[in-house]
Write a protein that binds this ligand. Structure first.
Ligand code: CO8
Length: 286
């Protein structure tokens, strides 16, 4: 499997994406779950794990690898995360993976979810999520790690709905949610497992803007990234670090405990039963 990484170095930022990289072209390797393309200093990471971009360990690791590649590339200053699906950004963590063996769930959390949080949250790059449909649970979490969130109007829903599955997400899920929507709204939304419509999400501040379609969301996200890139990196990045560093420090200090707590929780008979029922209910909707 391979992807094409294309680089255009034109100074004309906004609008230049329309002709995304017909010139210089660089080929890099990838997995089957994402593709990346680069233009005008912005890397676009597109999730492609049908049907719903459920975050398996592989998809999580691919996202992390792509983001790290962007960070390591001196020509890249911004990142957009999006999906090939017309109706789902990501259905969140792979529920089947949460029913794996001890070793599997350990690796899933430590090498997948924790790495995703750390890599995206502490990244200095301007990062946007173009949310072209449903973004429950882990899908919402990924969007919350970005600086900018644009969601398409329509039937898609977004929120941290873990309690509906009988699970309780870790503190840093709550923290990033609180940053977006405030403490009181977060307390209600996370306990009730609220999934917001795009209009409601805009109203509470969970997303920054609404688009008419998935493609429009991607265009708006790119334009907004370019707007942020007009700010000198040195000041913006230092400010981002100042704001986010305390959370990263707390996270680094509690990683082992967090893995233990995750394993304890997902392997309890109650949670396994709730996960089983939830997967069955998804099946029955057909
Ligand atoms: N994981 C694995 N498989 C999934 C998931 C998922 N998260 N979501 C959907 N699927 C599967 C379905 O079972 C179905 O499989 P199959 O075709 O084999 O029957 C297939 O994907 C297609 O699903 P749908 O038919 O439901 O697709 P729709 O387009 O109709 O609906 C939705 C898309 C709205 C996204 C819908 O699939 C849905 O609601 N999915 C569940 C979303 C959800 O609740 N995710 C929660 C995941 S938990 C999480 O992310 C955070 C956990 C934090 C853990 C903390 C513990 C300490």
């Amino acid at each position: 499997m391979r992807i094409v990484q294309q680089i255009c170095q034109r100074p004309n930022a906004i609008g230049a994406y329309v002709s995304r990289c017909l010139s210089a072209e660089k080929v890099v390797t990838t997995s089957s779950y994402i593709s990346r393309s680069t233009a005008d200093g912005v890397m676009t990471i597109t999730m492609d794990a049908p049907p719903v971009n459920a975050m398996s360990l592989q998809l999580l690791q691919d996202l992390v690898a792509a983001k790290k590649a962007a960070i390591a590339d001196p020509d890249i200053r911004g990142v957009i995360v999006q999906s090939t699906s017309q109706k789902v950004f990501s259905a969140g963590l792979d529920l089947v993976a949460l029913r794996g063996s001890d070793d599997e769930v350990h690796a899933f959390w430590k090498d997948g979810v924790q790495e995703l949080f750390k890599t995206f949250y502490e990244s200095p790059l301007v990062t946007a999520a173009a949310i072209g449909g449903h973004a429950p649970a882990g899908g919402c979490f990924l969007a919350l790690l970005c600086d900018i969130r644009v969601m398409s109007k329509g039937p898609g829903r977004i929120g941290l709905n873990e309690t509906l599955l009988g699970i309780s997400p870790p503190w840093y899920f709550a923290d990033v949610m609180k940053n977006a929507i405030g403490h009181r709204e977060m307390e209600k939304a996370m306990q009730l497992g609220t999934l917001y419509s795009p209009e409601e999400a805009l109203q509470v501040g969970l997303v920054d803007a609404l688009a008419e379609s998935k493609e429009h969301a991607e265009d708006m996200a790119l334009a907004e990234v370019h707007r942020w890139l007009q700010i000198p990196d040195v000041g913006r990045q230092r400010t981002k670090r100042t704001i986010r560093d305390p959370v990263i420090c707390e996270f680094n200090a509690s990683r082992s405990l967090d893995v233990e707590e995750f394993i304890r929780q997902v392997q309890s008979p109650e949670v396994q039963a709730a996960l089983g029922k939830y997967l069955e209910s998804l099946e029955k909707r057909k």
